[in-house]
Write a protein that binds this ligand. Structure first.
Ligand SMILES: Nc1ncnc2c1ncn2[C@@H]1O[C@H](COP(=O)(O)OP(=O)(O)O)[C@@H](O)[C@H]1O
Ligand SMILES: [Mg+2]
Length: 352
């Protein structure tokens, strides 16, 4: 009897120490992780907040444990997070669990910063928890922006060099060839015809170089530059791809921010190119209009339609679109048209 009891006690002690061990290990992982790790309950109440989270958000764990996790969020998620949880409880449909996404978080002092967030669900015997893993991506975003700006600047520079340098040079050669043709016309008709051919070939090279230069530096510095660049995009798309591409701009839109105009143009250009390449569209429409506060753009196609949710697409083109719209402080969505096809809708404030 006595013997049995003492071995039972030993077993209990051993399993208690195993539990303690596991807890210690878990705590060590949470304490040393470089990612912010936060657990919430089913109602969104914060249950744990690791030291990396304290550093990221500027709150101490004791300040936020027991509070609703929405204090760490930015609008509109801040207002809607309870609704997301409620929706998940009811339908089992989660928009984030197991997917992860880029979003913004709010520090204690109110500043917003970009994060990579992934969420996993932990089912306990009697309830469930959600664990959020948070990485600060401020530096990555800054680099992305810088790379885009550098490439934009480089492209513009090459475009201008082509236009102002090479095109002028070629124009000189064209003229010289014409002069030569006239000069030798009385001596050799054949030689003169050849010189004229050269002049024509050079003329062709000039228009090709001009096109190239326009593509590299599409938006001119005039305030109507975006409008005319989009009109040209539509015309060239029809010419090159032999499909319908219309540009509608009911009223003259003036926009003085050249850098922002270039970003908007590039987004439209990528949307058009996706409509052709991925959507196999036969008709594309580009619409530009402005109201008191915003510039609105919409590129619609009649192609095969966007597969799935664009927010989770890992395509390079879409990521760059998102990055560009972020840079001009606007927003972008992609929708499936009820009749098939895709719409890329984006807007930006007219003053920043
Ligand atoms: N207009 C569209 N119609 C149909 N599918 C599209 C359209 N635009 C984008 N997609 C889908 O989104 C994916 C990613 O697009 P994107 O990021 O631009 O990639 P890529 O760099 O290959 O063009 C494409 O592979 C395609 O499946
Ligand atoms: Mg693309």
């Amino acid at each position: 009897m006595l013997k049995k009891n003492s071995s039972g006690a030993k077993l209990l002690a051993r399993s208690e120490s195993a539990v303690k061990d596991r807890e210690e290990r878990l705590r060590a992982i949470l304490e040393t992780a470089v990612e912010g790790i936060i657990t919430i309950d089913e109602r969104g109440i914060i249950e744990s907040f690791n030291p990396a989270s304290e550093k990221l958000f500027g709150y101490t764990a004791s300040e936020v444990i027991g509070k609703n996790v929405s204090v760490l969020m930015s609008t509109p998620h801040r207002e809607q997070h309870d609704g997301y949880l409620e929706n998940y409880r009811r339908t089992g449909h989660a928009r984030i669990i197991g997917i992860g996404r880029e979003t913004f978080a709010r520090k204690r002092d109110g500043t917003l910063f970009p994060i990579d967030l992934s969420v996993s669900e932990v089912k306990l015997s009697d309830r469930r928890l959600f664990t959020g893993f948070i990485r600060d991506i401020t530096e990555r975003k800054r680099l992305e922006k810088e790379i885009l700006e550098i490439s934009e600047r480089e492209q513009r520079r090459i475009g201008q060099d082509l236009h102002d340098g090479l095109c002028q040079h070629l124009a000189g050669i064209e003229m010289l060839s014409h002069v030569l043709a006239q000069k030798i016309a009385s001596i050799s008709k054949e030689g003169s015809d050849r010189a004229t051919e050269i002049a024509e070939a050079v003329r062709d090279a000039i228009s090709q170089t001009r096109l190239l230069a326009r593509g590299l530096s599409p938006v001119t510095l005039e305030s109507e530059g975006l409008m005319s660049a989009l009109a040209e995009l539509a015309v060239n798309t029809e010419k090159i791809f032999r499909i319908r591409c219309s540009f509608d701009c009911p009223l003259v839109v003036k926009f003085d921010d050249h850098a922002a105009a270039t970003h908007l143009f590039r987004i439209a250009q990528e949307a058009v190119s996706n409509a052709i390449k991925h959507g196999k569209a036969k008709n594309i429409s580009i619409v530009l209009h402005a109201d008191a506060e915003h510039l609105h753009l919409k590129v619609t196609d009649d192609g095969i339609g966007f597969p799935g949710d664009f927010k989770t697409s890992s395509g390079m083109g879409l990521r760059i679109m998102q990055s560009r719209i972020g840079m001009v402080g606007g927003n972008l969505t992609i929708e499936r048209e009820p009749a098939g096809g895709t719409s890329v809708i984006f807007a930006t404030p007219t003053t920043r």
